[in-house]
Design a protein around this ligand. Structure first.
Ligand code: ATP
Ligand code: MG
Length: 346
């Protein structure tokens, strides 16, 4: 009885959680998003209060000269959400730049962070190199982890389902929350926890780094059968596995990373890996299995997407309504923040 009660109260605690995640509208969403965060959000929305943000202001930090790209991808990302099963009647989907309270919070948080601390962020360091920003970093780009802290704390989110590239951002957020609550002697802001999936970093088709929209190494959720086929055919495998009879490497081989993430038949997959390592199994056969597995996952998503894409005005209405809800929540937090900072003059 007692145990039962404890379980119930734990369940309640879990059900009370607030989730905030988001994606940059820099391109349609890909397999990395799906396994890293998106798939999890579909399940989480039934138990928790979930907010999903399309991070257009953040996307502009490294796309300032390309606003059309950001604008166009708002709809693409929203279609991807709906296609995988995010339900806008229970999840609030909103557009970041239309919640100006987030920009104001960012302003205040920037005073709690040093430039040196921002430069130490390992994800930012990696992204600066990838984007060729070494000699001139846009200031907005360097401080986007602070704006992410504003996004998370504005909703008092305590759970953030993300890929592992986002762990330094959660750490930065927690530092800001602790500084803010200490300096202003309050408990207004809430420390969030990252929620990592079983695949926290899916590699790109080039086998180099993480699959990422900005690196052009993605399989998108909306890719046609022909595109997926072509991308798999040309994707990186083990460069030393030249002839079928050669023994091959499974580690660092993105084909097997994708099979690990998506193939439901784990027993057959282990046998396949052993065969590949022993030699005698060609890339063509392994890639054929990968194509079969991926299309089984992607075909229904694409079909759903095509349905929603018939009525873009309806999708934009969903975003408008979600943004109105998000704005109310963020402005309440901002009120509390201003009060704690003693700048609530009138
Ligand atoms: P960009 O190249 O514009 O930064 P991206 O592909 O990195 O785009 P984001 O919008 O930055 O995608 O990331 C959104 C969310 O998806 C984050 O939580 C991130 O951790 C997760 N994510 C992105 N790529 C991957 C990946 N390859 N594996 C696992 N999770 C990922
Ligand atoms: Mg990214």
């Amino acid at each position: 009885m007692k145990g039962n009660y404890r379980m119930k109260s734990q369940e309640k605690q879990m059900a009370d959680r607030i989730i905030l995640t988001g994606d940059r509208p820099t391109g349609p969403l890909h397999l990395g998003h799906y396994v890293g965060s998106l798939r999890g959000r579909v399940g989480l929305q039934h138990q928790h209060k979930q907010f999903i943000m399309i991070a257009d202001a953040q996307a502009l930090t490294d796309n300032a000269e390309n606003p059309e790209k950001v604008r166009k991808n708002i709809l693409e990302v929203a279609l991807d959400y709906l296609a995988v099963g995010i339900d806008p009647t229970i999840t609030t989907i909103f557009i970041q730049s239309l919640v100006p309270e987030l920009a104001e919070l960012t302003m205040y948080y920037l005073n709690l962070v040093t430039v040196a601390r921002l430069q130490r962020n390992p994800t930012i360091k990696e992204e600066i190199i990838q984007r060729g920003f070494e000699s001139s970093i846009p200031a907005g780009f360097l401080m986007y982890p602070v704006s992410q802290a504003a996004d998370i704390t504005a909703f008092k989110a305590d759970l953030v389902p993300v890929g592992d590239d986002q762990l330094p951002m959660i750490e930065q957020t927690n530092e800001i929350v602790r500084s803010f609550n200490r300096i202003y002697n309050c408990s207004v802001l809430v420390e969030p926890k990252a929620l990592l999936s079983s695949v926290p970093r899916l590699p790109g088709t080039d086998g180099k780094g993480k699959m990422s929209k900005s690196l052009g190494n993605v399989i998108s959720l909306c890719d046609s059968v022909a595109d997926v086929t072509k991308k798999i055919k040309t994707m990186y495998t083990d460069p030393k596995h030249l002839r079928v009879e050669d023994s091959g490497n499974v580690e660092g081989n993105p084909v097997f990373a994708y099979l690990d993430a998506f193939d439901p038949d784990k027993v057959a997959l282990e046998a396949m890996k052993d065969h590949y390592k022993r030699g005698g199994l060609g890339d063509v056969v392994v890639k054929k299995r990968l194509l079969e597995v991926l299309l089984a996952e992607l075909n229904p998503i694409r079909a759903h997407r095509e349905q929603f894409a018939k009525d873009p005005a309806q999708v934009m209405r969903i975003l408008k309504e979600g943004t109105e809800v998000a704005r109310k929540v963020a402005s309440q937090t901002l009120k509390e923040v201003r009060k704690a900072m003693k700048i609530d003059y009138f």
